[in-house]
Design a protein around this ligand. Structure first.
Ligand code: BES
Ligand code: ZN
Ligand code: MN
Length: 509
């Protein structure tokens, strides 16, 4: 790593109230279109003050000739010689409505951005409908990761460099900047997930977290393997000891400015799973798709990106991220199925399956995070394959204290990450009984695996702390084709959910 790791650098975003006078080279105007009322009509441009009747007619005629219908995320490239841009990219919003949900705009912007093919400047009128969503979608849709491509396959162009968001509304500059900051945080999380395990191992991950944190004034503390051993972090040590690359625990603290008037200075703990690669350990995983386990630090990446964003946005609350990092490897020094370890805080655990490693490092981190007496604790992790069985690849499972769980899921729905509340049935606790220790790390059956993992974590949350656990095993990594503003690889989920919850707590306590 270079000493000055700064994370992802977003395209420049400007807000304008009219089209430019001169034609910018390598530019596109992204224009939303709808399918109107009936399916057979051709695409109609969403009325906006930037295109006059002649320009609108010119674009609609071209779309009709090409048979474009304006379906959601359908992208069509047309020439429009009368406009000061290289070409027009029409993007479908689906059926016409009075108001478009933010996620429809975000996905349309993302789909358009994925079709820019190296165009350097994107102007858009999507911003007249929802400027923040348009900017987020454009930045996230244009995201690409080429750090490990040599000249042989590296992109030949610089990609999207400038976004001009057209709007007649006033005071949108701050909205644009915030949207760009949010998208930058998501893209930074994606970068970390996409960095292969050869290059991102616990010490390197910790160094990047430190550089990111210090660049925005966070207090950063790193515990190395000796410090972890000494302080009794038995879960992190146990999981990490099979690897030649030792574990870390990183803590990043944001202190909110003293709130004026009513005291709303809440304290929020964030915890994220940072397994830089999960082979399963001695309970080794099958070879097929094992490389997807490069995403097993997706929770940690999101948590780090979020606390950095909280500092950038000057949130008036305290946010402390506690991030355990380890590589789960089989070796002569690895823990064995049947070993007993002592979690930080004293709970003993029989490790029946070394592939249920996430909960072992997380339990240590949760106990440590609760020592700060937070009002809320949000933990997120690529924890169980069972999450994907239950909810698929795009829907995070949210568990925890009833009220806070529902609040986190609601914010997640609003930002389009779509987390869904799941229960922690009381009876599952009995399935984690061990014959030799306080707890076993797995149950004897495969049913309700996501909920069993959540039940394990609940044992370590201090009384009185409102908590939520977000299982992102599927949603953290997109191994299927691209959709909306989500390309292949790391998705950055649930960074936007976490930030939305922090904003909610900042505003409402
Ligand atoms: N990191 C995996 C979970 C996972 C699976 C994430 C697929 C993303 C995609 C986790 O450490 C794991 O191996 N969980 C086990 C738990 C089991 C042993 C109780 C699982 O889900 O199989
Ligand atoms: Zn794992
Ligand atoms: Mn595992």
């Amino acid at each position: 790593m270079s000493a000055a790791y700064v994370g992802y650098q977003a395209p420049a975003v400007t807000v304008a109230s009219s089209l430019p006078r001169r034609k910018a080279k390598s530019s596109a105007l992204i224009v939303p279109v709808t399918s109107g009322g009936d399916d057979d009509s051709s695409a109609r441009v969403v009325a906006n003050p930037f295109l006059d009747a002649a320009a609108t007619a010119e674009i609609e005629a071209a779309l009709a000739a090409l048979g474009a219908k304006g379906g959601a995320e359908q992208v069509t490239r047309v020439v429009a010689p009368s406009l000061p841009v290289g070409y027009v990219l029409a993007v479908g919003l689906g059926k016409e409505r009075d108001e478009y949900p933010a996620e429809v705009i975000r996905r349309a912007a993302g789909a358009a951005a994925r079709s820019l093919n190296g165009t350097e400047t994107a102007l858009t009128t999507l911003s007249e409908l929802n400027l923040g969503a348009a900017v987020e979608g454009l930045i996230l849709g244009s995201y690409r990761f080429a750090d490990f491509r040599s000249a042989k396959t590296a992109p030949k162009d610089a990609g999207l460099r400038t976004i001009t968001a057209l709007t007649t509304a006033r005071g949108q500059k701050d909205v644009a900047q915030k949207a760009a900051d949010i998208a930058t945080a998501v893209a930074t999380a994606r970068d970390l997930v996409n960095t292969p395990p050869s290059h991102l191992f616990p010490a390197e991950f910790a160094a990047r977290a430190k550089a990111l944190g210090e660049s925005v004034g966070l207090t950063v503390e790193i515990l190395d393997e000796k410090a972890l051993e000494k302080a009794g972090f038995g879960g992190i040590i146990g999981v990490g000891k099979g690897s030649s690359r030792p574990p870390r625990l990183v803590r990043l603290s944001h202190k909110g400015a003293k709130p004026r008037g009513r005291n709303r200075g809440k304290k929020v703990a964030l915890v994220g799973k940072g397994i830089t690669f999960d082979t399963g350990g001695i309970s080794i995983k099958p070879a097929a798709n094992m490389h997807h386990m490069t995403s097993d630090m997706g929770g940690a990446a999101a948590v780090i990106a979020t606390v950095v964003l909280a500092a950038k946005q000057n949130l008036p609350i305290d946010v402390i991220a506690t991030v355990p990092m380890a590589e789960n490897m089989p070796s002569a020094t690895a823990q064995r199925p049947g070993d007993v370890l002592t979690q930080y805080g004293g709970t003993t655990v029989e490790v029946l399956n070394t592939d249920a490693e996430g909960r072992l490092i997380l339990a240590d981190a949760i106990v440590r995070a609760c020592e700060d007496n937070p009002d809320y604790l949000i933990e997120t992790s690529t924890l169980t394959g069972a999450q994907m069985v239950a909810l698929g690849n795009r829907t995070p499972g949210v568990m925890g204290s009833d009220e806070f769980r529902d609040r986190v899921a609601a914010r997640s729905q609003e930002v389009g990450e779509n987390g869904w509340p799941m229960p922690l049935p009381e009876e599952l606790k009995d399935e984690l009984k061990s014959t030799v220790a306080d707890l076993a790390n797995v149950s004897g059956s495969r049913w309700g695996g996501m909920l069993v993992a959540g039940t394990y974590l609940r044992e370590f949350v201090a009384d009185g702390v409102q908590w939520a656990h977000i299982d992102i095993a599927g949603p953290a990594f997109n191994s299927a084709g691209p959709w909306g503003y989500t390309g292949k690889g790391g998705t950055g989920v649930p960074t936007r959910t976490l930030f939305a919850v922090l904003e909610d707590i900042s505003a409402n306590g």
